[in-house]
Design a protein around this ligand. Structure first.
Ligand SMILES: [Zn+2]
Length: 292
């Protein structure tokens, strides 16, 4: 377990004396009708820009008190983790500081979906935000069976890592390096596991279908844990089913689990942990130098 211990020491070094996270950007919030601000995040009610044709399908709405409370819990949970304050600060530097409430969410390809819990958007020419949907709030109190973290914390942290990665444009998809580290290759049919056999692919397809069925029955916890059991097998070595979708999804899932799962080194490949330790997290420390 030397690798895991060394990794945690590294995390603690990075989290030492972080600059406190404050609600600093309030001066820009008036025109957006800010409803609340917490630890540097501004909670805005969803609004529609006339040029955004799909906006009404997403169903912008205001925040309920209970929703704000559960989001505060997720934010505080992240901040308590090793590296949590640095991740929050870095994600806000990359556009995650605005949280918007919509009924439904948007998939990476732009389709409106009932399954999306949250999504980071960085429209060209517009301000970035994280969309938080009804699905997210339906998961209150549900936990990962293996590491006992709250699913809402994992979902929120996943979006913070998308912001840090700028949807793959900073780390995970700038070239093939990260994809090959995690064992994914791009084909005409999207991202697949490198050298996967047909029978293995069939098993993956069956697991994905079982998860979909559980989701349609609103059995979120079972759906989540089914994917965890499958993806953490040694031949896959990823935190979750979602990580198999693309390098950007894997980046967000791995980043989240490095903070949330103390046993992460038992299933991730050492070179994947090294990638975050050597290439991703040091950029956070650089951001702390005065003047940046
Ligand atoms: Zn994602």
């Amino acid at each position: 377990m030397f690798a895991a211990t060394a990794f945690l020491v590294c995390l603690q070094a990075l989290t030492a004396s972080p600059r406190p996270v404050t609600a600093a950007q309030s001066g820009t919030s008036t025109k957006d009708r800010a409803q609340a601000e917490y630890r540097g995040f501004r909670l805005l009610q969803g609004t529609c820009n006339v040029a955004d044709l799909t906006c009404h399908q997403r169903g912008p709405r205001s925040w309920k008190r209970r929703e704000i409370e559960s989001l505060h819990t997720a934010i505080d949970d992240v901040l308590q983790r090793p590296l949590g304050p640095a991740v929050v600060r870095e994600s806000q530097r990359h556009g995650a500081g605005v949280l918007q409430r919509d009924t439904l969410g948007t998939e990476n390809d732009g389709t409106i979906s009932h399954i999306v819990n949250a999504a980071f958007h960085s429209p060209s020419g517009g301000r970035s935000f994280i969309e938080m949907t009804d699905r997210f709030f339906e998961k209150g109190g549900q936990r990962d069976k293996r590491a006992q973290y709250l699913l809402q914390t994992r979902i929120f942290l996943h979006e913070l890592f998308h912001a840090i990665d700028d949807h793959g444009e900073r780390f995970s998809m700038v070239n093939d390096e990260f994809a090959s580290l995690i064992g994914l290759v791009h084909t005409d049919n999207g991202w697949r596991r490198i050298n996967v056999t047909e029978s293995e692919e069939q098993i993956q397809y069956d697991v994905a279908n079982r998860i979909k069925q559980l989701l349609t029955k609103n059995q979120y916890e079972d759906a989540w844990n089914t994917g965890r059991v499958y993806a953490t097998r040694p031949e896959i070595a990823l935190p979750s089913m979602r990580a198999l979708d693309s390098p950007a999804e894997a980046f967000a899932e791995i980043g989240a689990h490095l903070l949330l799962d103390p046993a992460v080194a038992t299933y991730l490949k050492p070179q994947v942990i090294d990638y975050f330790r050597d290439r991703v997290f040091p950029t956070f420390a650089a951001a702390r130098t005065p003047g940046l």
